[in-house]
Each structure stands twice: as C-alpha cells, then as structure tokens.
Design a protein around this ligand. Structure first.
Ligand code: IMP
Ligand code: MG
Length: 186
C-alpha cells in the first residue's frame, strides 16, 4: 500500500543516508567498546527495532541484545507525560555490564530520563544512549546522549521504525508528515 504518498510532505532522511550513518555509528561504537567483554544493547520497543537490527550488524565487537517496552502514563500518542511503566522488562541482569540504550527518537526526553533512572538503579558498569534521531529543540529535560544519528527539527516523522498511529514503521526512509493532509484523510 502506497497511500502514505498522500500525506508525505518530504523524505527527510533517505535509505542511503540512513545506512551510511548507521555504519558510522557502528564503527564508532565498535571502537569505543573494543575493550569491553560484556556489552549489551537494549532496544526500546517498538520504534527502535529497525535501527537496532541495522546497527548491530555494523558493530564488530561481541554483544548481546535485549528488549524493553515502556508505556507513558496519561499521554496522547504524540505527547509524552514523563511517567513510564515497564510493560516488558529485560530478560537478563545488567549489573556490572556495559549497556547501550538504543532509541528511535528523543523528543521531550521524559521517556528516556525515566528509563535511564530505572536502568541506573540496576547498577550497570556503564550506561550510554544511542538514538537515531534527536529533536533537540523539543527537549524539556536534560538527558545524556552519547551517540546521535541525526539531529532533526520539530516535525512529526515516520518510517524506519517510527510509527504514525502504529503504521508505516516498515518504510525504509524517514519522512515528514503533512499534518493537514493526514488529518483530512482520517
Ligand atoms: P519523549 O518522551 O517526549 O522524548 O518521547 C519519545 C517518544 O515519542 C519516542 O520514543 C517516540 O515513540 C515518540 N515520538 C516523538 N516524536 C516522534 C515522531 O516525530 N514520530 C514518531 N514518534 C515520535
Ligand atoms: Mg518510542
């Protein structure tokens, strides 16, 4: 189904740009963690899944992967309240391990701040964040982010893992929604 063309305002990041940048991030992480013996990538479901699977193939040091799902309390689909509840927890202990949290996008930063707090309490050896996209100007709370794929402006984006009302995560590029056109189609 190609109906997304009806509300795609522009392709912000192409498939080629994504793969080039993901390769670079993979190299950087491989270099930074070459001495690590116990690296684990934690992906926040569901938006980070496509990024994780490409990123891990670009990382050359041995590493495990884990998944976590969180839900924000009392928020609409496009605003985050800050309070999160774990709806799917890790299957492993991260105590004393090198952890990289893999995220699709950081917007206000509230989701990430809460997740970092939860993970920190489990006493990993190290904890860093790798996000594909950073809507830096929307930040409401300071969060330490070591690896950023692309800094983007305040536009609602979809594709490459990011959803638009739960759909279109499969698109190979990151696109900007024309909110007016999208609203009128619904
Ligand atoms: P935060 O807590 O405000 O930083 O929200 C982060 C979460 O909001 C992300 O993990 C996404 O699920 C969602 N989000 C924020 N901006 C976008 C967007 O432009 N497209 C799709 N999802 C988004
Ligand atoms: Mg998300």
């Amino acid at each position: 189904m190609e109906n997304y063309l009806e509300f795609l305002s522009e392709i912000l990041i192409t498939k080629d740009q994504l793969s080039t940048r993901v390769e670079e991030l993979g190299k950087q992480i491989s270099d930074d963690y070459k001495a690590s013996t116990d690296l684990v990538l934690i992906c926040i479901l569901r938006g980070g899944v496509l990024f994780l699977t490409d990123l891990m193939r670009a990382i050359t040091v041995p590493h495990a992967i884990e998944f976590m799902a969180v839900e924000s309390y009392g928020s609409g689909s496009r605003e985050s309240s800050g309070q999160v509840r774990i709806s799917h927890d890790l299957n492993t202990d991260i105590h004393d391990r090198d952890v990289i949290l893999v995220e699709d996008i950081i917007d206000s930063g509230h989701t990430l701040a809460s997740v970092l707090e939860l993970l920190c309490a489990r006493k990993p050896k190290s904890l860093e964040v790798c996000t594909l996209l950073d809507k830096f100007e929307r930040r409401e709370i300071e969060v330490p982010v070591k690896y950023v794929g692309f800094t983007i402006s305040n536009k609602f984006v979809f594709g490459y893992g990011l959803d638009l009302d739960d759909l279109y995560r499969n698109l190979p590029f990151v696109g900007v929604v024309d909110e007016e056109k999208y609203k009128n189609l619904k």
